[in-house]
Write a protein that binds this ligand. Structure first.
Ligand SMILES: [Zn+2]
Length: 311
């Protein structure tokens, strides 16, 4: 069984004692690829170090987290750095697979709404311009997020670009899923919260199409059952896979395979594998290969059953 953890902070201090062991445990559970979201310049070196040590398995994103907009007085300087790094990744990093994690978080403070909105919209545009997906963090800001996504997705389309990506740690209901799905090519990152007995997302998953889902941990945060209260780690994505399989009435193997395929499509992961594209393509744009529409794995039956609008 092959799993992809589409949201892992394995470079966090929480793993300083046993990072390599945690990676080995992930490999033993079939987690052969970890996507690493950036937070801000305070942790770039840790992120880059891990990618340099495990270039095939650990794939970097680049972006400014919304709570770092609150905490960094020079957040505009941070945004400029994100853009510079997207265009010129440091040696040994390869390309960034997404602009992330970016988004809106009004949970800790609502004092920086305007700044967070500006940073988020700016990064959506950076991604669309470069043909990269975004990885989106949303907390206590879902109504605002839905409105911005509808606007920015449409605005990108009118510029001849495409804004697409993943709602990381999706925690909303089926109606919000359908609304966001209708806006464009959006996937939904399902994490440990889906294993909790009473969670909105566990109720939503049976109404979501498997072709719209990717799996993630958000480790060291949000551990799935049976590890609640412990530090989360990438190996535990297997528990979330099992729970999603149960909720959808599928086998864990089927969920693992399809969600890995969804992630590979969205983040252009296959294109990074040897022979996946030519030297020239890789060098000239840094863009992920855009797969054919029928690579998405969406079937007509699935789309109809789930009431999911087509892309
Ligand atoms: Zn995160």
């Amino acid at each position: 069984m092959r799993l992809i953890d589409t949201h892992s902070h394995l470079y966090d201090e929480a793993f300083d004692e046993d990072r390599e062991a945690a990676l080995a445990r992930a490999a033993a559970c079939g987690v052969d690829c970890l996507l690493l979201p950036a937070i801000d310049s305070g942790s770039h070196d840790r992120l880059f170090d891990l990618v340099r040590r495990h270039p095939g398995r650990c794939r970097p994103m680049m972006g400014l987290h919304p709570t770092s907009v609150n905490d960094c007085p020079d957040w505009r300087g941070e945004l400029a750095l994100v853009e510079r790094l997207l265009d010129a990744p440091p040696a040994g990093i390869g390309r960034f697979c997404a602009v992330g994690e970016i988004g809106l978080d009004f949970y800790w403070s609502a004092d920086f709404r305007a700044e967070q909105l500006e940073a988020f919209r700016a990064q959506c545009r950076m991604a669309a311009r470069r043909g990269l997906p975004v990885t989106i963090h949303t907390r206590a800001a879902w109504p605002e997020m839905c409105a911005v996504i509808e606007e920015e997705t449409a605005a990108a389309r009118s510029r001849g670009e495409e804004l697409r990506g993943v709602f990381h740690a999706y925690s909303e209901d089926a109606a919000t899923y359908r609304r966001l799905r209708a806006a464009g090519d959006w996937l939904f990152g399902i994490g440990g919260v889906a294993t909790y007995r009473r969670s909105k997302v566990a109720e939503a998953v049976p109404e979501m199409a498997l072709a719209d889902l990717v799996l993630e941990t958000d480790c060291p945060y949000l551990p799935p059952v049976p590890h609640r209260g412990e530090r989360n780690e990438s190996a535990y994505v297997a528990h979330t896979c099992a729970r999603v399989a149960e909720l959808l009435g599928r086998s864990p193997g089927e969920v693992a395979e399809q969600t890995a395929r969804n992630a590979a499509r969205m983040f252009g992961l296959a294109a990074d594998e040897p022979g996946g594209r030519t030297e020239g393509e890789a060098a000239d744009s840094g863009r992920p290969a855009r797969p054919a529409a029928d690579d998405s794995g969406r079937t007509t039956a699935e789309t109809m059953n789930q009431g999911t609008p087509k892309a």
